[in-house]
Design a protein around this ligand. Structure first.
Ligand code: ATP
Ligand code: MG
Length: 581
């Protein structure tokens, strides 16, 4: 492609709303331009990078046994009502009506539509498994669209779905997808980590996220360098870092009331009573769909609300208001406790039940109880791990300290189970003629977000440094003295020779000053640069350099094609995924 013929308009200034480097550079390097918040044009250079990633994804999906389809962006409301998501999804779902007043939404993901395809055409275990994917434009009305393509409202996703007769078969597909994702990110030369993710409250048994490590990542990961364990902080398990010290007060036959006027914080109360914060049982009253629950945590620990939601099997949860707390416990906020508490379900973290003696609120104004024995003085309805894991705590697997890292979630794979198939009657007959709902998996990968994440990881103060597999063009050929006919003539010859050799090259044929050309090449970040200038031509040579390290070499005109091929094959070898097995 000739630069003069394509559409590249680089900017010297950062866009005002760009908070992260990929957003700044994608705009300045003329990869994207903004239409509305979270809605972008993909300009020629940006589209080439997206298409290159899509090509890699298509190859790996084929290898994993998935067939490509395309489903409509516009989905009829009926399907979404069948699954129940029409009512649950909330304002992220963009809803619209046609001229006949029929309701639709723009798909934020496509479980409903694919389940409808499969239930109409597949009826027997003999026709399973089914494995299909699409690369398609999604819409989610994100509350805070930002970071350019990383959190858009309209964005391109690869979404795959599988349907199975049993859990073992789902596992086979899941492992193949997991391998496909790893290969995709490795082929893009990204530094990423695969972590355990929360599989939510929908009966899914396993879920993993693929995180590109970057300081600007919106997700927190806890990872163990010693054993390789890694999990989203919502899912991470750590060992109890500081089991409670011996209880300093005398053991009693029953809990004793002590006045604690105006003392509401854990530290105030612990200090006053002469116990450690770990001896206090913090009692939090939550409300979920009009049901109230009491959650018991040790005073020195925090509750993980995602775990709590899973334990309660709900998607919506909030702390109860002061007024409601008073009504339920009989005492004001800050003085709640499990002893004698009735009419609400009580959930306790295991570290609470491990306390021999404890102190807690008495459900009476300005009063706490000491000498409380979990199990004797109160019995929770459920004991479940609700503790939020934190950096530095011992890894739940090997006990070495966990480190916190930031990541950009580029992919998410999920064992869905029968959430959609049972609601939407997507059933099959087994070999005995019995009907069962199909078991499903779903697998998402953000195309735009992955390209943006590659830039977050590969740039310097001058611009993008593309990993070769995602570069809009692998090579740029630039003519420096476009006012000199002999230089132009030689450049034209080289351009033709490179094209004929099948090299992915853009030819900067513009009548611009060298300074402008170098700045643009740095900004856009083509991996290999060939510069044709008057002075080196006099010696029958051109200058090669790599964007990555700026290393220059002088190459004879007759060797340009072969030298380019060699450089490219070296660069590509670095990002080739080794075949295993
Ligand atoms: P997040 O927690 O970042 O909102 P999600 O859990 O909603 O992501 P999924 O529903 O699992 O994401 O979607 C699959 C993939 O689609 C994500 O891993 C991500 O790469 C991409 N993706 C999701 N939301 C967006 C968005 N708003 N803009 C760009 N890509 C997105
Ligand atoms: Mg989201």
């Amino acid at each position: 492609m000739r630069w003069s013929k394509t559409f590249i308009h680089t900017l010297r200034q950062d866009p005002a709303d760009a908070e992260v480097i990929s957003h700044r550079l994608m705009t300045r390097a003329s990869l994207i331009s903004k239409v509305a918040p979270g809605v972008y044009n993909y300009l020629p250079l940006g589209l080439r990078s997206l298409r290159k990633l899509e090509f890699i994804v298509r190859q790996e999906m084929a290898r994993a046994g998935s067939s490509e389809i395309v489903m409509p962006a516009v989905n009829p409301a009926e399907l979404w009502k069948e699954s129940g998501r029409w009512f649950e999804y909330g304002p992220e779902l963009l809803r619209l009506k046609d001229r006949h007043d029929h309701e639709f939404c723009i798909g934020p993901t496509h479980e409903e539509v694919i389940t409808d395809i499969v239930r109409r055409l597949v009826t027997s275990y003999r026709q399973l498994p089914v494995n299909m994917y699409q690369i398609q434009t999604k819409f989610r009305d994100e509350i805070r669209p930002r970071f350019g393509l990383m959190r858009g409202r309209e964005f391109i996703m690869k979404d795959a779905y599988t349907f199975h007769a049993d859990a073992e078969d789902l596992d086979v597909a899941y492992r193949a997808m997991e391998a496909a994702y790893r290969r995709v990110f490795e082929r893009c030369a990204l530094s990423y980590t695969q972590v355990e993710a929360d599989s939510g409250n929908i009966g899914g048994s396993e879920s993993h996220e693929f995180m590109v490590l970057a300081d600007t990542g919106e997700d927190a990961i806890l990872a163990c360098a010693a054993c390789g364990y890694g999990a989203n902080v919502e899912k991470a398990l750590s060992k109890d870092p500081n089991p409670a010290p011996p209880y300093p007060l005398d053991a009693t036959q029953q809990p004793q009331s002590i006045e604690t006027p105006e003392m509401k914080t854990i530290d105030q109360v612990a200090d006053f009573l002469g116990v450690a914060p770990a001896h206090l049982i913090k009692t939090l009253i939550f409300e979920s769909y009009e049901e109230f629950v009491a959650v018991l945590m040790r005073g020195d620990q925090e509750v993980n609300e995602v775990r709590l939601k899973n334990a309660l099997d709900c998607t919506h949860l909030q702390l109860a208001t002061e007024e409601k707390i008073e009504k339920i416990t009989g005492g004001p906020q800050g003085f709640s406790g499990p002893v004698g508490l009735e009419g609400v379900r009580i959930l306790a973290d295991p570290t609470v039940m491990a306390l021999e003696h404890a102190a807690t609120g008495a459900n009476v104004k300005d009063t706490h109880l000491v000498g409380v024995v979990p199990g004797r003085d109160f019995k929770p309805d459920v004991v479940v791990d609700l503790r939020l894991a934190r950096e530095g705590e011992p890894c739940g697997v090997c006990g070495k300290p966990l480190a916190e890292k930031r990541g950009i979630e580029v992919g998410h794979i999920f064992k869905l189970g029968t959430k959609y198939s049972s609601k939407m009657d997507c059933n099959f007959l087994d070999n005995e003629g019995q009907e069962h709902p199909m078991i499903m998996g779903c697998y998402g990968l953000g195309i735009g977000r992955t390209v943006a994440a590659a830039i977050e990881q590969n740039h310097d103060e001058h611009g993008v440094i593309w990993p070769i597999p995602l570069a809009p063009y692998e090579v740029v050929l630039a003519v420096l003295n476009s006012d000199k006919p002999e230089v132009v003539a030689e450049s034209e010859k080289l351009y033709t020779a490179l094209l004929e050799a099948g090299i992915d090259v853009i030819y900067d044929d513009r009548p611009e000053r060298p300074g402008v050309k170098f700045k643009d090449m740095d900004l856009i970040g083509f991996p290999v640069r060939i510069v044709v200038g008057k002075r080196s031509l006099e010696n029958g040579c051109v200058e090669f350099s790599l964007r990555r390290d700026g290393e220059k070499s002088i190459v004879a005109l007759s060797d340009v094609v072969i030298h380019t091929q060699e450089i490219l094959s070296n660069l590509k070898a670095e990002s080739t995924v080794e075949e295993k097995g």
